[in-house]
Design a protein around this ligand. Structure first.
Ligand SMILES: *[C@@H]1O[C@H](CO)[C@@H](O)[C@H](O)[C@H]1NC(C)=O
Ligand SMILES: *[C@@H]1O[C@H](CO)[C@@H](O)[C@H](O)[C@H]1NC(C)=O
Ligand SMILES: *[C@@H]1O[C@H](CO)[C@@H](O)[C@H](O)[C@H]1NC(C)=O
Ligand SMILES: *[C@@H]1O[C@H](CO)[C@@H](O)[C@H](O)[C@H]1NC(C)=O
Ligand SMILES: *[C@@H]1O[C@H](CO)[C@@H](O)[C@H](O)[C@H]1NC(C)=O
Ligand SMILES: *[C@@H]1O[C@H](CO)[C@@H](O)[C@H](O)[C@H]1NC(C)=O
Length: 223
């Protein structure tokens, strides 16, 4: 009982330290309180940093892209599965426009879609991007994939006739911001690049060229 009263006194007491009281689980209660207050402090601090530094969206674009192979196998009577053989290379540029924020790309996944069907998938190496820096990534999609949706076949024929294939490249990332030496996690920007690719020619001579394409950034906020 005496111990209990002493613990109440402790709060307003500013003199020399009094040995801590022995309530039932003082260590655990204190530990939890400490953790909660630390979490709240960190959260508020991060929010303040974000308000002060006001991170700007990353600016991705595809500078060049080449479709050197894009063949749809012809259907045989024994096996009705169509296969798409493709080789797509590109220079994917990501600009970090921030003056005071560097970025850690902890995860970066790219997907290639043709006519809404996923044809390729690639996880790129994590990387660090400094302030006001421009990084160039080189995702390459080269494989053979079974085409399960018949609409791809008609889209392919139409596109081949017109001389351009339309491939969407979706990029999913998980990044941390580095501000004043603090790492702030919880950002998952996604972006999508809608590429209009000149159809490959058997001779290899380019009939038309690829136009630089800006990608749409879908979101850039704390999770
Ligand atoms: C067609 O061939 C592929 C392999 O080349 C196989 O995975 C698929 O199951 C076959 N489909 C049919 C209907 O036989
Ligand atoms: C894919 O195309 C690039 C050039 O666009 C070439 O360097 C690479 O060797 C090709 N890969 C395959 C597997 O054909
Ligand atoms: C095939 O693709 C078309 C167009 O992308 C889509 O509307 C349709 O739902 C797809 N069908 C299947 C079975 O996935
Ligand atoms: C090609 O596709 C197959 C089947 O989806 C997959 O197992 C393989 O890893 C792919 N290869 C490359 C280089 O992406
Ligand atoms: C921030 O992240 C980097 C890379 O993962 C690490 O080296 C560094 O120690 C981290 N800084 C802090 C303050 O956690
Ligand atoms: C793709 O088709 C072109 C012509 O239609 C042919 O020259 C080329 O060898 C084919 N490539 C593959 C990988 O099948």
């Amino acid at each position: 009982m005496a111990d209990y009263r002493q613990s109440n006194l402790n709060r307003a007491y500013h003199g020399p330290a009094i040995p801590p009281s022995r309530t039932r689980f003082p260590c655990i209660t204190k530990f939890l309180k400490c953790i909660f207050s630390t979490i709240i402090t960190i959260a508020i601090f991060h929010l303040l940093l974000l308000l002060i530094f006001n991170p700007k969206e990353i600016k991705p674009y595809v500078q060049t892209a080449t479709l050197s192979t894009f063949n749809l196998s012809t259907t045989t009577t024994t096996n009705s599965t169509n296969f798409l053989t493709y080789n797509l290379t590109m220079d994917l540029t990501i600009r970090n426009p921030n003056k005071r924020i560097s970025l850690y790309y902890d995860y970066i996944e790219t997907q290639a879609l043709y006519d809404d069907s996923r044809i390729g998938f690639k996880i790129l190496d994590p990387f660090y991007q400094g302030k006001k820096n421009t990084a160039v990534l080189h995702p390459q999609f080269s494989n053979r994939t079974a085409v399960l949706n018949d609409s791809v076949v008609s889209t392919y024929k139409r596109d081949k006739g017109e001389g351009f294939f339309y491939v969407n490249v979706k990029v999913y990332t998980r990044i941390r911001l580095k501000v004043w030496g603090f790492n702030i996690s919880g950002f998952k920007p996604e972006f999508e690049c809608s590429l209009k690719l000149p159809a490959p020619t058997s001779s290899g001579s380019a009939v038309s060229t690829f136009d630089r394409t800006t990608c749409d950034v879908h979101y850039f906020y704390v999770d």
